[in-house]
Unconditional design. Structure first.
Lengths: 228, 294
């Protein structure tokens, strides 16, 4: 298992964000976590990249356990994880190329490798002509593709996408979901949190539904619809 | 992570690049921060200039507190100088100057020209007594020590009288001590205030760029890679802000030099000001980045 959550509970003050969550994510799967705003989707993803630790229970990701991991080991874990956010989180002062290259630069990857990987990803994302542009010069769809490229450049074992289509129009949203599916076909595990699971075609992934911190299972988004 | 030599070199290059990017981003916000730091330092520098001049004034006042030792009239100049040499060897005595009767008369006529007829009335045979003007070390500038020295000197054979301003000295020394204590107290308050201003200004400037820290954290940057650019920025802002404050204070001092006679602060004080800027900037940047990096 790539990710295992055992009896995970997490509260923000009196407010229970996640309640007794049991979950496993297998290598290579496409997992859709759905639920309304405030259901705990983002918290669940934060637990995976250990931006948050559970109050009780444990999270194990690629051999790192939340109750044993040391602070200095967190960067090692995070280098195995790619993260895409709804608001893209691109750095304004850097070009598209530099934003994508960042995860490699922080690990001391040689310049030639950085060039090779970033150029290859730019081509794959259809962004080669935008390599020297700054984030504010890009459309929303382009910004999200840059964010996905940045998440993928260091060859993560798992890609976490937190509402990746939340700020995009339907056509561009479809493109982004197709891109995530394509990445998954390449062997990378993808976990996508969304309030609208219909964006992912039925049969293309496993669907989980979060309702006020409680996780429920479903095989298709239609069942999620009934749940919600 | 690539731990080879080239990997470490690449990481080092990336870190330098990060520092440069950091220093070049948001120039407007950085300028505001620098201005804030510089303004805080102008207030501090003004205080330092006033303190420096006040200290000079007080030192001068203290140096006027010396002792005049009148020698017996029947002594020769050679005997007077021997007494002067003996007094020189007493601890706390900084210098002894022998004033001959001729020099005493010349001084009297120069300093009190309207009273010089008094000397004429006394006739040609009258001579002012020879005297010794004694300057003491700063440490001896207490009423107790001065009166002890006066007693000791008075006891030397050939000394007629030792005079040291017993009437005004206690008041002067008390005033000087009170002013010095006030300056030190005000200095501590100002150093604390300025440290807080620089600390919070730099910290705020770091926190404002929390996105960079968040992104660095999520892509697995080592802690030092995240903090070093902010650390350099903190030192840069602290040093530039304090140096800017010094420059502005120097311009202000120059402009006011016609109206108020004063001296600018010494190089050692200027160095301390820049060091204070560097330290507070560093601490502010570290606190800001630590807060966001947790």
């Amino acid at each position: 298992m790539l990710v295992t959550m055992n009896s995970v509970r997490l509260s923000y003050g009196r407010w229970p964000a996640l309640d007794n969550v049991e979950m496993e994510i297998r290598q290579g799967e496409f997992l859709v976590i759905s639920g309304p705003s405030g259901a705990g989707k983002t918290t669940l993803l934060r637990l995976i990249w250990m931006g948050e630790r559970p109050d009780s229970g444990s999270v194990e990701v690629s051999g790192f356990r939340s109750d044993r991991i040391r602070k200095r080991e967190l960067p090692q874990l995070r280098r195995k994880i790619g993260i895409v956010f709804q608001d893209f989180r691109l750095l304004d002062s850097r070009t598209v190329f530099d934003n994508i290259a960042l995860p490699l630069q922080v690990t001391g990857t040689g310049n030639r490798t950085v060039q090779k990987r970033v150029i290859s990803l730019l081509a794959r994302m259809g962004l080669s002509h935008r390599r020297n542009a700054f984030p504010h010069e890009l459309s929303g769809g382009e910004q999200q593709r840059v964010a996905i490229a940045r998440a993928m450049v260091a060859h993560p074992v798992i890609l976490l996408a937190d509402e990746p289509t939340g700020n995009l129009d339907p056509d561009v949203s479809r493109e982004v979901v197709d891109l995530l599916l394509e990445i998954n076909r390449g062997g990378t595990t993808v976990v996508m949190a969304t309030h609208d699971p219909r964006q992912v075609p039925a049969g293309k992934g496993r669907f989980l539904f979060l309702d006020r911190g409680v996780l429920r299972r479903a095989d298709r988004w239609t069942e999620l619809d009934q749940e919600s | 992570m690539d731990r080879t030599g080239s990997g470490i070199m690449s990481l080092f290059q990336s870190s330098i690049r990060e520092i440069s990017l950091n220093l070049h981003s948001k120039p407007g916000a950085r300028l505001v921060t620098l201005l804030m730091v510089a303004l805080a330092f102008i207030v501090f520098n003004t205080f330092l200039i006033i303190s420096w001049n006040l200290q000079g004034l007080m030192n001068r006042e203290e140096n006027t507190v010396g002792m005049e030792v009148f020698l017996q009239r029947d002594l020769s100049q050679a005997q007077g100088r021997v007494i002067g040499d003996n007094i020189s060897s007493i601890p706390d005595v900084q210098s002894v100057y022998f004033v001959s009767p001729e020099e005493a008369e010349a001084l009297f006529r120069a300093e009190l020209p309207e009273r010089s007829d008094l000397l004429d009335v006394m006739g040609n045979d009258f001579r002012l007594p020879a005297s010794l003007q004694i300057v003491f070390e700063d440490e001896a500038m207490t009423q107790g020590r001065l009166s002890e020295l006066a007693r000791q000197i008075q006891a030397i054979a050939g000394v007629d009288e030792a005079v040291y301003g017993e009437d005004y000295l206690p008041g002067l020394l008390k005033t000087v001590t009170t002013i010095r204590r006030l300056v030190i107290l005000l200095g501590i308050v100002l150093v604390s205030s300025i440290s807080m201003v620089v600390f919070y200004t730099v910290r705020l400037s770091v926190v404002r760029r929390s996105l960079t820290v968040d992104v660095m954290k999520t892509v697995g940057a080592p802690w030092w890679f995240v903090r070093i650019p902010f650390l350099v920025e903190g030192i840069f802002m602290g040093v530039t802000g304090s140096a800017g404050g010094l420059l502005l204070a120097a311009i202000l001092s120059k402009l006011l030099s016609g109206a108020v006679t004063h001296r600018f602060m010494p190089v050692s004080w200027m160095t301390m000001v820049i060091l204070l800027g560097a330290v507070t900037g560093t601490v502010g940047a570290l606190a800001g980045s630590y807060e966001k990096e947790r």
